[in-house]
Design a protein around this ligand. Structure first.
Ligand SMILES: *Cc1c(COP(=O)(O)O)cnc(C)c1O
Length: 340
């Protein structure tokens, strides 16, 4: 009963090495579900790359990447906040760099851990975290300053990066760490700022070579059904004669969690909700492919498996077959990750 990610290790690693070679100062990012591979796998892969630092999302991920084999520097991307015990403990760790995004937090850290390694985050047009120009200049005392962080929106602009970097550098010289610039723009920034630059890369590094990744589910059962027969937790009726296909992969794996599609109006959101899972059997498209076609859910996915609907005379699959399933990699937990 397996939802499986199969990785062609050679081309996958070749892509990583090529990208790292193309981006001087690249910093791999391993956070969350490890982009589908798991944090342990990514930590081990990163340790084979030519890089001295790995970025994680939160303090709790630090021991996880270390358990996976990463022993060099670790940057925690989410900014430190008072009361976060795990993040506060890491201020004393000589291999960890803490992100600081507010002047008040900087003051607190100076008092509690005067020699901590810190990076200062600038507010960008994303408006998530970060220090604004009005907060500058800042006094760092005896903190070990590791540079400025600029986290741009998707397809970030070189102009914004350049402007924020120059503002930051007038306050204090230090490395500029950016996210989400194109490689070409990053190279321009690198030559223009006059300090060391670093670029954090997650998606493009681990998921950039889609052809080396295959995601499959296993067919667990195939049941012929007559039109009108009841099925599933919800006892909906079979819409036609056909087959109920039970495949591995359910809510516990993150199957069929909707990706956040940008929707402009409340009305559009209402439509999406109304079109949700409570529709008639055989009408909500699933991410599973059988005989070359994406098939409908027979009912909402269960914890570890999904009930799919195939109309007609032939089910197109048999028990034990592997079938392709489209997965959003940052929300999927696979039962097995196979590197071959
Ligand atoms: C997650 C994250 C990244 C990596 O983002 P990808 O889009 O996966 O490359 C880079 N920088 C910061 C600050 C992040 O939080």
């Amino acid at each position: 009963m397996t939802l499986r990610l199969t990785v062609k290790a050679n081309p996958w690693r070749a892509h990583q090495r090529a990208l790292i070679a193309d981006v001087p100062g690249a910093v791999p990012v391993a956070k969350g579900n490890g982009y589908g591979f798991g944090l342990d796998t990514l930590a081990l892969e990163a340790s084979k790359l030519r890089t001295d630092a790995l970025a994680v999302g939160i303090a709790q991920e630090v021991p996880k990447v270390r358990a996976g084999g990463w022993m060099r520097d670790i940057v925690v991307l989410n900014p430190w906040r008072p009361g976060d015990i795990a993040a506060t403990d890491l201020l004393a760790d000589p291999r960890v760099i803490t992100m600081v995004s507010r002047a008040t937090d900087l003051e607190a850290i100076k008092r509690s851990h005067p020699h901590a390694r810190v990076q200062l985050e600038m507010r960008t047009s994303m408006q998530r975290h970060g220090i604004v120009a009005d907060d500058l200049p800042l006094e760092l005392g005896s903190l070990q300053f590791e540079g400025w962080s600029i986290h741009l929106p998707a397809d970030g602009s070189l102009a914004e990066a350049t402007q924020l970097a120059s503002k930051a550098l007038t306050c204090r010289r230090g490395a500029i760490w950016v996210s989400h610039l194109s490689v070409a723009d990053y190279r321009v920034l690198r030559t223009s700022v006059g300090v060391q630059t670093r670029m954090r890369i997650g998606t493009r590094l681990w998921l950039g070579d889609a052809s080396s990744l295959q995601t499959t589910a296993t067919v667990l059962d195939v049941h012929p059904m007559r039109r009108g027969e009841r099925l599933g937790y919800h006892q909906g009726r079979a819409p036609r004669d056909g087959f109920l296909i039970i495949a591995s992969g359910g809510t516990a794996h993150g199957i069929a969690l909707a990706a956040p599609v940008p929707q402009r109006t409340l009305k559009q959101r209402g439509v999406t909700m109304a079109e949700g899972f409570m529709e008639a059997t055989g009408h909500t498209l699933s991410p599973f492919t059988i005989a070359g076609k994406k098939r409908s859910f027979a009912e909402p996915p269960h914890m570890h498996s999904s009930m799919l609907w195939v109309s007609g005379e032939e089910p197109g699959v048999k028990v034990g077959d592997d079938i392709p399933v489209t997965c959003r990699m940052t929300t999927t937990t696979f039962d097995e990750v196979i590197l071959r």
